[in-house]
Design a protein around this ligand. Structure first.
Ligand code: ADP
Ligand code: ZN
Length: 739
């Protein structure tokens, strides 16, 4: 027998190996193997078995990695599609479907030494006092960890070994599973009786699950608090009843212990009891290994995780849920540049699993697809508790600025509203797009801005650490005492823009008695920080929580009656056709944090462009209205979802070479333009982020509806084009980040 193997080096080629007698019958499609390649030993995955090969002198496979086939044939098929559609080497695609901890041999189950009392026949020996004490403990407990025994008995391993020599105990190494949630106490929950909108949505999903080859995708559009998660839970229960498993994708940032617990709690007992495996980037390699294998062994039928959990080896798979489907973090920003939502839809089709995309603010792509009949729209227009949507007030900051020489951080209206909440003992969330003290350091006299020397962006001021930092490359610099421009040297150099640190400080001045806490990626470094801060906020130990994106998502605090958005239009000024969509989504999400309890919530949106449609439609909680006007603009300019985009980025240290290469690529592309009726080529042009980590960046954008065909054409061009050694080309299909 011959095995065809895809190696872990991107050669866009598979290689044949012979199967040595010792491994005969043990290798199948999907088996991980180690093989010789030149003088090296390389990991790979078997993609096919054959009777014979076109090549002679095949080398034999060295060995098999892992006790079980690691890549199921279905996941293998999915990886193939990713390679083709996202225009990357198949080896790169295949590599991404297995976590590093599984691919490498290093990680295994954690083995620990256990001590176990043996059944002792015959006369019990007379033991020295110390040994007798140790034996007493073991006899009572029958079995325990060696480390635990040593601690408890205050003894050494040598003493225990003596008991082993006497045949009283056995010391053996056994698997001990790592459970990242072992410390949580989880109370079981029951299904809730659904309201009529929920029941109708669930009914449709369940109906589709019963039909073979329906391949149904649903778009569940429900405002925050409309009971989407409860529908997910009951749909999963239905899958389990039919002996099928489920994958739940959640953006990394929303994958809080709170979220995980809701799923674990529902399936921790009862007749549908199953383990819920969790996959996210904060797990240790060992934890990831254990979680993954619990899935592969079929003990965990439910997987909840971030982007890459879409590749979890759940078999058979009945349901895939993509919560917050509009989130950009579902897109991987390195090869393979896949979009987990779109991969989910493809996997659903391949495995006849139902796919549910959920969001309060669906992406234009998904909503467009429901209009075109590619998915079925399910709507939950009301909150389950009949609460009103919060009242949203837009504050025109131009007026506030005119009154007070320069824009204040807080408008008088917001200040007053915060004041009232403090008086009443209610809580406030203040949201800002940026971390740090302020965005940039700018001289008001000469206009000097402190920029990163490696990247074409301004440095961010961090006050506590007294430093300027680049958020792209990590460059750090001292804060100058006066303007570094030699002709200026203005000692009153100022910080423009507002960051979370500055808001925190301003609050301390205005409300000296309020308990204020800041939550952003600078203050939430350690694993536990996030949970601790939220715990304190929930317990009412914090009056005002100031934060970035981190606080925008899925949190549920009944006592929060006020949400302030400090600078709502900052996200509008981005060189990206989705800037309006992002702003709308963000405002809607943040506003959803207010009034989740008995008191009606209030939201203040401070903006310099208060009449922008993204802000006005968000104020009215009008997704459809926003969609209607936004889709018109996308259709006119042939932006997604009216077409699809491929973004080609060339990078290099020498700007002339990059520019020249981009022109060369454009000429190659023009040769094939004729094959596509609707293709639009723009560029080359300097990327919005023109320079990053010392690399100059140029882009070409292609737009067409026939993306699968274009991907195939691009793959050929990319692998044949001759570029200078120090210029690299990357292809991003359906990009979400245009910088
Ligand atoms: P979403 O995911 O849309 O934000 P959730 O499913 O989290 O909404 O529901 C919000 C809250 O309402 C949760 O505490 C949930 O347990 C509760 N809930 C959901 N459905 C119902 C229902 N039909 N009746 C009463 N409470 C419900
Ligand atoms: Zn930089």
């Amino acid at each position: 027998m011959i095995a065809r193997v895809s190696l872990e080096i991107a050669l866009r080629k598979e290689f044949d190996y012979s199967i040595p007698p010792a491994l005969a019958g043990k290798i199948e499609v999907g088996t991980r193997v180690q093989v010789p390649f030149g003088a090296r030993k390389i990991f790979g995955t078997v993609t096919a078995l054959a009777e014979e090969s076109a090549h002679t002198n095949l080398k034999p496979i060295f060995k098999i990695i892992g006790a079980q086939t690691l890549v199921t044939p279905k996941v293998l098929q999915l990886a193939r599609w990713i390679g083709e559609y996202y225009c990357c080497a198949p080896e790169t695609a295949l590599k991404s479907v297995l976590p590093e901890a599984i691919r490498k041999e290093k990680e295994g189950w954690k083995k620990q030494l256990f001590v176990r009392a043996r059944d002792f026949a015959g006369e019990f020996p007379k033991l020295p006092k110390r040994q007798q004490e140790v034996w007493n403990i073991i006899e009572e407990r029958r079995e325990m960890l060696l480390t635990e025994l040593l601690e408890l008995a205050e003894t050494t391993a040598a003493t225990v070994r003596k008991l082993e020599d006497l045949g009283l105990v056995e010391i053996a190494s056994e698997i001990s599973e790592r459970d990242p949630y072992a410390r949580e106490h989880i109370l079981p929950t029951q299904s809730i009786t659904l309201n009529s909108a929920q029941a109708k949505a669930l009914g449709e999903i369940i109906k589709a699950m019963g039909v073979e080859n329906s391949s149904r995708t649903f778009l569940l559009h429900g405002v925050t608090g409309s009971g989407k998660t409860e529908i997910y839970l009951q749909a999963i229960a239905h899958a389990l009843e039919h002996n099928k498993g489920a994958i739940v994708l959640v953006p990394e940032i929303s994958l809080t212990p709170q979220t995980v617990e809701r799923f674990k709690a529902r399936f921790s007992s009862g007749k549908l009891q199953t383990l819920v495996a969790v996959l996210h980037s904060h797990l240790s390699a060992g934890e990831r290994h254990d979680e993954w294998h619990k899935i592969r062994q079929g003990r965990a039928r439910i997987v909840i995780g971030a982007r890459s959990a879409i590749f979890a080896p759940v078999e058979p798979l009945g349901l895939i849920i993509v919560d917050e489907e509009h989130e950009t973090s579902y897109k991987q920003e390195e090869a393979p540049r896949y979009h987990a939502r779109d991969v989910a839809i493809m996997r659903g089709q391949m495995e006849n699993a139902v796919v549910v995309l959920g969001s309060a603010t669906p992406s234009l792509e998904s909503f467009y697809n429901s209009k075109k009949g590619k998915n079925v729209l399910l709507e939950l227009p009301e909150r389950v508790d009949d609460q009103k949507m919060p009242r949203v007030r837009v504050v025109d900051m131009r007026q506030a600025a005119a009154k007070e020489k320069g824009a204040p951080i807080f408008s008088p209206q917001l200040k007053e509203a915060i004041h009232q909440r403090i008086e009443k003992g209610e809580q406030t969330i203040l949201f800002l797009n940026r971390r740090g003290y302020s965005t940039s350091l700018q001289c008001e006299k000469c206009g000097y801005v402190a920029n990163c020397p490696n990247c074409s962006i301004s440095l961010t001021y961090h006050r506590i650490e007294q430093k300027l930092a680049c958020h792209i490359c990590g460059f750090v610099d001292k804060v100058p005492q006066f303007c570094p421009n030699n002709k200026c040297k203005n000692p009153a150099i100022r910080f423009s823009g507002t960051g979370t640190q500055r808001v925190e400080e301003a609050l301390a001045k205005i409300f000296p008695n309020a308990r204020v806490r800041r939550m952003d990626s600078d203050t939430m470094r350690r694993k536990d920080d996030y949970r601790k801060t939220l715990g304190e906020f929930r317990a009412g130990k914090i009056d005002i929580l100031v934060g970035t994106q981190m606080i925008a998502k899925g949190l549920h605090f009944p006592n929060v009656t006020l949400v302030g958005i400090i600078h709502a239009d900052s996200a509008l000024h981005q060189p990206d056709f989705r800037a309006g969509e992002r702003t709308f989504q963000l405002l809607t999400q943040v506003a959803g944090r207010a009034g989740r309890g008995d008191v009606e919530g209030e939201v203040f949106v401070q903006a310099f462009a208060p009449f922008h449609p993204a802000i006005q439609y968000a104020r009215r909680h009008d997704f459809t209205g926003f969609y209607e006007q936004e889709i018109e603009f996308r259709e006119q300019l042939k932006y997604p979802p009216a077409s699809r985009v491929a973004l080609l980025t060339l990078k290099g240290r020498n700007e002339e070479k990059v520019k020249f290469s981009a022109e060369h690529l454009k000429r190659e592309l023009e040769k094939v333009l004729g094959e596509f009726k609707d293709l639009i080529l723009s560029g080359p042009a300097a990327a919005p982020l023109a320079r990053a980590e010392q690399f100059y960046r140029y882009q070409i954008m292609l737009r067409t509806r026939a993306m699968s065909k274009l991907s195939q054409t691009l793959a050929k061009i990319v692998s044949n084009i001759a570029l200078p050694d120090d210029v690299t080309l990357s292809v991003d299909i359906d990009p979400v980040n245009l910088t």
